[in-house]
Unconditional design. Sequence first.
Length: 568
Amino acid sequence: MTTRASKAHWLELYTPKLITILREKYGFKDFQADVIAGLTVAIVALPLSMAIAIASGVTPDRGLYTAIVGGFLVSLLGGSRFQIGGPAGAFIVLVAAVVHQYGIDGLILATTLSGIIFIAIGLLQLGTFIKYIPFPVTVGFTTGIAVIIFASQVKDLFGLTLVAPEPGPLLPKLMVLWESFPSISVAATVLSVATIAIIISIQKLAPKIPGMLVAITLASIAAALFGLPVETIGTKFGGIPRSLPMPSLPKISLSKVIEVLPAAVSFTLLGSIESLLSAVVADSMTGRRHRSNCELVAQGIANIGSALFGGFCVTGTIARTATNVRSGSHGPVSGMLHAVFLLLFMLIAAPLAGYIPLAALAGVLAVVAWNMAEKHEFNVLMRASAGDAVVLLATFLLTIFRDLTEGIVVGFSLGALLFLHRMATSIRIENNLPDNSVDIPDMDDNRTEYDSTLVKDDRIVVYRISGAFFFGAAGTVGKALEQASAWPEAIIIDFSDVPIIDSTASATINAFIGKAKRNQSVIYLTGTRPAVRRSLLAHGIKWPLVHYQADIDTAINIVKDKLVSEES
């Protein structure tokens, strides 16, 4: 029975939401709703996919391959009903760096390896741990990425002719852009500003209309009609193909795998955060629940599929997923249809894409960067506490001036240390001494109250520990326990308000018990929860070293009776 139950649970964890939808008697009306939602998302994804690809240092067709193949597989196999997969702005920095260092073959290999790591994380059921990334870290690297994306678009926004190759790091990049500013193109600037204005206006006045596609279309018509001297997809890339390429993989060697492995890990880390965050956003909008580990496995397969067709890293995209929900999607079919519609657009309208000005695509990405920057959350965190502000700024500054992965790792480490410090300082230890009785304040918690008047004997001391008792707090508690100037005959330590205890804390209690024994004091432990008692017993804290009792009153009465018996 246990094996069958485990197998059923495992199958439930990795059952795609598409199967769940079909079990719910998916009907024609549901399909109609998904067609409309899929078409809407495809219209939004079309210019974005090309713009993200160009900003990432690859040709626009690779962005479409990523959205078509990766997006289809994410919806087909994913653990979220509404997730839309494809290229994401958050990856621009990483992808551009990999292309610059290892070329297209290195990017495709890193994407493939990332897919394998995704699958491993999902099968090991590690997806739930992604939620432990602190909020200041998420806001910090997201805002940092937004700054870098905008900086990467300045050249095309103003049609600059650079005096030197554009560097990757932010400060050298800004210096080259500043030196190149005299070459500004009025036509490119007007097109990019007009594109931004149209998108913002439509978002405010008619949010259901795909503002990005409208802006790109109008900019392309204007550039062609007036013969504007601006760079287009056609002049720079020769247009885009009208079909998907045959699947293939780049040459693989052990040395190449070792070289691109750090990039693959970075893709996986960022992709996991982005995808599961997107799934959580969809859940909050719909009241549904996604399967995180199933979603990660699907993301892995989608990345491998994207690489086979010449695409790059795939992730869940928050803006397109939210558009999918708002457009009335019923389930994963809309995401699959969004990929099909993108394929049809490419097959039919590929020649027209050659007229799209790069200045207009830069305008699209400028809007994406502005929307991506967590401006409100950034301001809130800066005012919330000094610790959160430090974590936020460290992540943000390292992301824009050093490296995204470094920013996340350092930010997470600082966040973890901040959490440990807060937990350690939140623990309390109180005592009732016969000549210094302490009134325990009324608190809304699970602590066991007791009659402090029972402790009217200088041979009994009661200690109460409150809070998570772990290595960060062990020193504080150990010092407080040993502050007694004289060792009484009985020491009662109450654990009723201790939810968890780790090995360091158990060892601290064990050391105190040993010292108490040497001073002829009898130890009583009260209110220990099952998990706490297991840890204590595992460290040898058992009878006859200590006596376990249910609560403080019981322990005090036992000690009193024993003392009376000894006196008589």
